[in-house]
Design a protein around this ligand. Sequence first.
Ligand code: SAM
Length: 326
Amino acid sequence: MPALIDPFGRTFPYLRLSLTEACNFSCSYCLPNGYQADGRPRFLEPDEIRRLLRGFAAVGMHKLRLTGGEPSLRKDLPEIIAIAAATPGIRKIALTTNGTRLPHNLPVWRDAGLTALNLSIDSLDRENFLRITGHDRLPEILTGIDQALGMGFEAIKLNAVLLSDLNHDELPAWLEFLRQRPISLRWIELMRTGDNADYFARHHLRAEHIEAPLRAAGWRQLDRAPDAGPAREWSHPDYRGRIGIIAPYSKDFCAGCNRLRVTARGDLRLCLFGEFGSPLRPLLQDDAQCDALIARIQTQLGLKAAGHGLHQGNTGITPHLASIGG
Ligand code: SAM
């Protein structure tokens, strides 16, 4: 079966699958009033996920990220990880989580087949963390990170959204944290979504705010690997950790796009900020639908745009990233 390729020659070995829209945090830039459940249909079931993954893997997907909402809220997460691990072709299974359920669950997830962990941690300062996320959970998340470090994951990455007036001055604390820890910290520029226009105007800060002091402190930007994600990676010989910068407003950010997304209700999204989704769920009801599923993914890919419209203020149909999975 030929691998997925779009009209701009980009290939898609990477799928980000949202498992739920529910979240137990109320991050000020994402779900400031917390998750509000609605009465619409339930999220994809394990059997539907198994068929979805089999279809994507048949056309070249080998890296999977499970995200949300908060994916660890799903009680069947170990079963879903095991389904992914048993799908021929999938080599890397990563989880993006806010880390509130790490200490108890990490061994279970790892034994089910999880290979990589991304933890969102917007501040190392307890007060700031509470201010940004709405929850005073920093100490246990830090404990979970150190626990994860001893468990042999292929990669551990931390995500911090760069926010003017809230965490923009925390680089020195992070450098101290990374001195002895072999972790990659990703600073993500705040993205404008349908719901956060005013917040964006108040708190968006360009990534150069982090890169200039990094350069001054002797950090060096690494050459981009051909299959690298969107992060600009920095390293320093005195530090075991690295820093990655994700700057969605930078030139050519979309040129290397290698990922597709599926929402928790089974809609294919070609772009985080796209104008439409295509329902795959009707094609996940029977094993015999695999060819039809692949045909729909291939047809949809022909519609993938060259880049997002964020510079024009066009955030597509995404009200907040919890609805699609960041
Ligand atoms: N609940 C999980 C977590 O906290 O990592 C997974 C879902 S969350 C939507 C995924 C990532 O998106 C988090 O790192 C979060 O900080 C980031 N995120 C959410 N809204 C964002 C925005 N408007 N701009 C940049 N990053 C955002």
